[in-house]
Ligand binder design. Structure first.
Ligand SMILES: Cc1cc2nc3c(=O)[nH]c(=O)nc-3n(C[C@H](O)[C@H](O)[C@H](O)COP(=O)(O)OP(=O)(O)OC[C@H]3O[C@@H](n4cnc5c(N)ncnc54)[C@H](O)[C@@H]3O)c2cc1C
Length: 276
């Protein structure tokens, strides 16, 4: 399909963009990159780059994070899962079983997710097909869908300092504590950092969006900058086009909004308004 990307800023990337000063390139947002591996189904950056015929050189990060927490607790999250578990167990030897059970549950969920071809979770036909191909994995995910990481950690772990550590593990990926972090989200991140690993793209994170934009153009599609969408145009309740802030209207068979759901569907604060 030929795609037209409308971007209101002057470069691609959004929260994964970049800026340059004095010959240096700085990331503006994302810098801990998941999704760059060459295995499994969760390597979404690799897959997106492949879709437009691009590949980026990456530098594997030997650790995701080094926690320095109150009580002089220092835990290095090694890329190798066994090294990480060994380090954590050495700090909490009395909780060895709980640690193995908590992170083991994360792996059960991660392996289920990783076995599915990840597409839209809002497409009933796709979900139906996946259920028939991988019923056990889908049931595992359905079971854990409403659960949070904090409740599951508390099933296996009693030590308050270790529970606080799990809060910190969740906080850096979800910005809320474990009791507010969905178990599926926690599992995806706590395992993929060991499975696919954290990999930094050579040249900076901004290079991902630049590669995607270049690849898109090479495939015959287009990207237009300083194109601020203010309206979604509807025909019989279906989105058929958009209006830009300069009044120009563009029409397409399919309209996809990558602005946040609040900007797209929100009420009082929405940026995009909908008009027939
Ligand atoms: C400071 C910071 C640090 C982060 N660190 C990490 C990290 O280490 N690892 C990680 O995995 N994730 C990290 N994230 C999250 C990650 O960057 C985002 O989840 C991801 O970039 C979101 O991508 P997106 O394309 O969905 O949205 P965005 O990046 O928000 O892109 C949306 C794009 O749409 C454009 N746009 C919006 N409205 C309109 C409109 N009306 N018309 C035209 N264009 C419009 C915007 O200009 C923007 O370019 C971080 C985020 C921030 C802010």
């Amino acid at each position: 399909a030929r795609v037209l990307v409308l971007e209101k800023y002057i470069i691609p990337g959004g929260s994964s963009g970049y800026y340059r000063r004095d010959g240096f390139t700085f990331d503006v947002g994302s810098s801990v990159m998941f999704g760059f591996s060459d295995k499994g189904n969760l390597n979404l950056i690799t897959q997106a780059l492949e879709a437009v015929g691009c590949k980026m050189e990456v530098i594997p990060d030997p650790s995701t994070v080094h926690f320095h927490l109150p009580g002089a607790l220092s835990v290095l999250v090694h890329r190798e899962y066994n090294d990480f578990i060994e380090e954590l167990v050495s700090k909490f030897p009395h909780e060895k079983e709980g640690i193995l059970k908590f992170y083991g549950t994360c792996w059960k969920i991660f392996n289920s997710l990783n076995s599915l071809e990840l597409k839209s979770l809002e497409e009933p036909l796709y979900l139906f097909g996946q259920f028939f191909k991988k019923p056990l994995e889908c049931l595992t995910l359905a079971y854990y869908l409403p659960q949070n990481a904090g409740d599951i950690a508390r099933k296996f772990i009693k030590d308050q300092q270790l529970l606080s550590f799990i809060d910190a593990e969740c906080f850096i990926v979800s910005t809320v504590n474990a009791l507010k972090t969905p178990m599926i989200n926690a599992s995806m991140v706590l395992c993929d950092r060991h499975f696919g690993g954290i990999n930094y793209p050579v040249g900076g994170v901004g290079g991902i969006a630049v590669s995607l934009a270049n690849g898109l153009v090479e495939k015959g599609s287009a990207i237009r900058y300083k194109a601020n969408v203010t309206n979604v145009i509807l025909e019989n309740g279906k989105a058929v086009g958009v209006r830009l802030s300069n009044g120009k209207e563009l029409f397409a068979r399919t309209v996809i909004s990558n602005a946040t759901r609040w900007d797209t569907f929100g009420n009082s604060a929405n940026i995009l308004s909908w008009s027939s």
